[in-house]
Design a protein around this ligand. Sequence first.
Ligand code: RAM
Length: 362
Amino acid sequence: MFTVSRRSASTAVMAGLLSLGLVACGGGTTKDSASSAAPAAPASSAPAKADPNAPIKEGLKLAFLPKQINNPYETIVDKAGIEAAAEFKGQAKEVGPSDASASSQVSYINTLTQQGHDAILIAANDANAVCGPLQQARAKGVKIISYDSDASKDCRDIFINQANSEEIGRSQVKLLSEMIGGKGEVAILSATANATNQNTWIEFMKDELGKPEYAGLKLVKVAYGDDDDQKSFQETQGLLQAYPDLKGIISPTTVGISAAARYISGSKYKGEVVLTGLGTPNQMRQFVKDGTVAKFALWNPKDLGYLASYAAAALASGQITGAEGEVLKAGRLGERTIGKDGEIILGPPFVFDKANIDQFDF
Ligand code: RAM
C-alpha cells in the first residue's frame, strides 16, 4: 500500500500518484498460487460477438508467462495479476523460464495449452518466435493476452500496454537531454535484442533524437544486457570504457538500469555520467539517494498485472473479443476502451526523483 503525504505532494505528483493507483492492494500469494482443489474449467468457447453483460465465468484458469521468472518487475506484475484473479473467483499462476528467451517460452505455451488453461498471458521475448504455439493455443479456445511486451498482433487477442509506446520512447530522450544540457554522446542499455517493448521504445527514441532540438546529442551505441543483472553490469562497464566522452545512458529496463546504477555508483563515473531509464522505485531508491541517478520513470506494475488479469477474464467470458471500441470492465481500475490493434493502455509513465521516491513501495 502506498503511503502519501497529501500536504507535501505537488499537483503533478498527485496526478502521477493517481495514475499509479493509490488504491493498490496489499496481501501476498506464493509465486505459483494455482489451486489444485478446484475442478478444471473447460476451454472457453466465447461467442464471436462480444456480450458486455455476460458474467465473468467462475473458476477460470489463467497462466502468466513472463519474459523470465527472476525479473523483479515481472514478479510484481504477475503477483498482482494472480491476486486479481481471486477477485473474480478465478485461479492464476505464474510459470516461465529463468532466461528471457523466446525458445524457452515456447515449451511453456505448449504445456499450458495442453493443461486446458482458459487464458495465457505472455510478456513476449520475441514477437514472432512465440506466434505458432500461440496460434495453436487459440485454435483450442485459449485466449491470448500479451502484456508488457507484445506478441505479433495476429497471434494474440489483446495487448495490455503499460503506457503509450511512443510517449515512453520520446520522454526518455527528453529526460536525458534535460539532464545533460542537450549536448554529448549518449548510449542505450537495453534488454534482449528481440524484446518487442524495448525495440519499439528504442525506435521512438531514435526518431526523437532526429529532431533539431537534439542535434547536440549523438547516439553512439545500443548495448544489450539481456535483462541479466551481471551482463547488464558488464555492458555498462564496457560502454563507459569504450566511449570515454559518454555523457549519458538510457536504460529502458528495470534490470538494466539497476545494474548500470550499481556499476556507476561504485566507479569514477559517478557524478560524471548521467543515467536514466525505466526502473522500480525499490530497486532504484539507494541510487537516487546516493546521487547516482536523479530521475527515472515507470508506471505501476501492479496495475499492469491487475488490468491484464481482468482482460483475460473478460475475453474468456465473452464480455469482449478484443475488437477496437469494446469496453473492458477492469475492477478497481474502472473501464478501459480497446484501441487500435487490440491494444489497451494502462496510463502515462511517471517520473521518480529524490523528492517523491519515498512515497512509493514497489
Ligand atoms: C524490465 C523488462 C520489462 C520492462 C521493464 C521496464 O523489467 O524488460 O519488459 O517493461 O523492464
